[in-house]
Design a protein around this ligand. Structure first.
Ligand code: MG
Length: 269
């Protein structure tokens, strides 16, 4: 690729010197792109943009299974009995969620402000009060549970609000059920990147190694009940897919009104 670029650049310079080639030769990739949808961002980056699906409306948990066993007061969700999971299911997505561990510090290690956000209902990014609270590192807040710690500990103090912004790519499975590509997660905690395109090793249980079991391409967002009074608010999601494209023709260089095909590269460079 570099060699190709140099060749084109040299051709341009020589052309200029000789006066035979017009300035501004243009590379065209031949791809016909879909027009990116126009959306309206939120008033701040934590607020849902116009194309987001709001998973918590501030009033009730009607969008969630088992919502009747958790509670909502003053626009805030309080963890209750058993996990809650969205009725709608999602694959690749951008997820925003805010959470707070109890302001009254009780317990330690895994017993302090424990919950979790489960992507596709299976893969947990840990929610825990990890402010001045040591536990095993691949179990602290922002860890992919039992797989990797967060790169840094960006916790706010107990009782303050934390945010997770998560970019999720679900795993792909072959028709025979074998793994085609793993799940990937990028996560930002309070504006700080803590997971960067981490390839998950499988699911995230407590009592055995992670493994992949084939499942469909969508699943719920679930929040864990770990017996601690963790709070949540401002939860929204955007399903993601790459922009549509079609290779309408082969790449070429436009020189004035001439079009010069670009030969495919034949060496490994
Ligand atoms: Mg947990």
């Amino acid at each position: 690729m570099f060699r190709c670029f140099v060749a084109i650049a040299l051709t341009g310079l020589l052309g200029l010197a000789g006066g035979a080639v017009a300035v501004g030769d243009e590379y065209l990739n031949g791809i016909r792109w879909d027009k990116p949808a126009i959306i309206t961002p939120g008033e701040s980056d934590s607020q849902p943009p116009s194309d987001a699906i709001v998973l918590f409306n501030g009033r009730d948990l009607d969008n969630w299974h088992n919502g009747e066993n958790w509670s909502v007061r003053d626009g805030i969700i309080y963890a209750g009995k058993g996990p809650i999971r969205t009725k709608e299911e999602f694959g690749d997505c951008q997820l925003h969620i805010e959470w707070s561990s109890p302001s009254e510090v009780k317990g330690d290690g895994q017993g302090r402000g424990n919950s979790g956000v489960f992507l596709m209902g299976i893969y947990e990014i840990q929610v825990l009060d990890s402010y001045d609270n040591e536990t095993y590192f691949d179990g602290q807040a922002g860890a992919i549970y039992k797989q990797t710690p967060p790169m840094v500990n960006a916790m706010r103090k107990p009782g303050e609000w934390n945010s997770y912004d998560i970019l999720w790519t679900g795993p792909r499975f072959n028709e025979d059920g074998t793994l085609k590509s793993p799940a990937y997660i990028t996560a930002i905690h309070n504006g700080v990147v803590i997971q960067n395109h981490f390839a998950l090793l499988g699911d995230t249980p407590y009592n055995r190694p992670p493994k992949y079991k084939p499942h469909k391409s969508v699943g719920p967002i679930a929040l864990q009940d770990h017996g601690n009074p963790v709070r949540f608010r401002n939860i929204w999601i955007r399903p993601m897919q790459p922009i549509g494209q079609e290779q309408a023709r082969s790449p070429f260089i436009r020189k004035g009104d001439r079009e010069i095909p670009i030969e495919p590269e034949t060496d490994a460079n």
